[in-house]
Design a protein around this ligand. Sequence first.
Ligand code: HEM
Length: 352
Amino acid sequence: MKFAHRYDDVARILSDNETFSSTVFEKSLVMVFGPTILAMDGHEHLAHRGIVASAFRLKALEDWKTKLIEPITNELIDAFVDRGEADLVREFNFRFPIQVIANMLGVPSEDSGLFLRRSIEMISIAVNIERGLAASAALKDYLAPIVEERRKDPKDDLISTLATAEIDGVRLPDENIYGFLRLLLPAGAETTYRLLGNLLFGLLTNPDQLEEVKADRALLAPAIEEALRWEAPVQQTAREIMKDGVEVGGVPLEKGSSINVSMGGANRDETKYEDPDRFDIHRVGPPHLAFGGGAHYCLGAHLGRLETTVAVNAMLDRLGDLRLEPGDKDPHVHGSAFRSPTTLPVRFTGKG
Ligand code: HEM
């Protein structure tokens, strides 16, 4: 397998789906998700992405912010605010985005724990195929009656949108609905929880920058972008070479072969970013590639940023004098394909 990890190569590959195709996922992700937009190209991709795209636009998200994202944030903080200490990964980050996406989809939020478990089992297919396939089947069994019910009696949620969607006058096949739902769970939860962890870790280990953000909340937006650059939650994707005579970085690539595309590498390209390993909320440089690029640019980018903004603002408002207190733990960013801290033990003076 060849790797692309320079910024210009990664940006070029992601923006050219005709030469570098997402059909590479037909041999991996599709086995466990079923038909999914991540593995589609061209018209088919656009038509399927278009079904849910409007739900993830900034304007539509404003509604979810007050109805869903802020209440879930405050409820989770309520549970530990009076204690003066918490593990933010376990008690907040891990629980927060799965509850948001489960509610947006329209499944009961009390089932969000089950979703998280199944999503993690599903994407662990690379290490345990049987467990991945079993989790995928279990999710379908759980979702099937809900999809049927929403088709008869649509509500204001994404399952209803999918259950009643048509492409060129033809109803979306059930397998495609399950494919969408199986993708949206891990895509919405596994990623945002890691972004939150990486941002909090960057700020907590650079207390001067944490103070700056606390004093001037306009700095939270560049801090989020810097966290995405510094520790991309999704480090890599892949593409299939569709043409003869293709080269990347001077290396010839055979038609039909695959290439591993490293957003994590591109984001630390020293020809684009000065001292790239440093977390710096005032950094200048080209936009990071953590959300990918081109036709498959992350559909949930606005949602991920919004969730992170609401969560960190609430923490800074409600958890006074927030600081890392490792004790016998060793918080740092872990992982290869996906990266984030596994623990963030903190102390604070609760403000209710
Ligand atoms: C916040 C951190 C997030 C990161 C770092 C992230 C990263 C990515 C990346 C790199 C891709 C492109 C993959 C490729 O081209 O092969 C992608 C696609 C996608 N993301 Fe995200 N994502 C995040 C949040 C979300 C959220 C909250 C959702 C909401 C459900 C979401 C839904 C999707 C979907 C549906 C796609 C497929 C888009 C397509 O194929 O057209 N993501 N994401």
